[in-house]
Unconditional design. Structure first.
Length: 161
């Protein structure tokens, strides 16, 4: 029975490349010369720290711009509000979303069910498996899911015939 999986994944290497490019730009920027600004990558978080709110905003723009240039969907990024300490030092965390949360997975399965295409969809952990008797039905589901606006970036993997 043909099937495929709907997942929300971000390529880890692309994140590392974007952070490295942002660090290079940070080292070369004139407005950051001599300042204690830094960009750290830890698992699924990018941590920014700078001397003031203006510089943290600039760091945020640099990192998000580099992520966008590397092809990472903005829906996969969750930016927290900058934290300003009483001394003026600022920190911000940018989280990278991996996997589909159960509430969003339920939205996807109900959307597929409401589309009246003869397929079955089931939630398996942080992905949704769609299977059907006909390859054309699966392709119609892919087109419908691509056309609908879900709160996460979705991709399709494991297409089996």
């Amino acid at each position: 029975m043909p099937s495929f999986d709907i997942v929300s994944q971000v390529n880890r290497m692309e994140i590392e490349n974007a952070v490295n490019q942002a660090r290079k730009e940070l080292a070369n920027r004139f407005d950051f010369k001599g300042s204690k600004a830094e960009i750290l990558l830890e698992k699924d978080e990018i941590k920014l720290s700078a001397e003031d709110q203006f510089k943290i905003r600039s760091l945020d723009e640099i990192v998000v711009g580099k992520l966008a240039k590397r092809g990472i969907n903005p829906k996969s990024i969750d930016k927290a509000e900058p934290e300003i300490s009483p001394l003026g030092h600022a920190r911000q965390v940018i989280k990278i979303k991996q996997g589909i949360e159960s509430a969003v997975a339920k939205q996807i399965t109900s959307f597929i069910r409401d589309s009246k295409i003869k397929v079955t969809s089931q939630i398996q952990g942080d992905e949704v498996r769609v299977s059907g008797k006909n390859r054309d039905d699966l392709q119609a589901v892919m087109a419908a899911v691509r056309g609908h606006d879900f709160p996460v970036a979705l991709s399709f993997v494991n297409f089996r015939d």
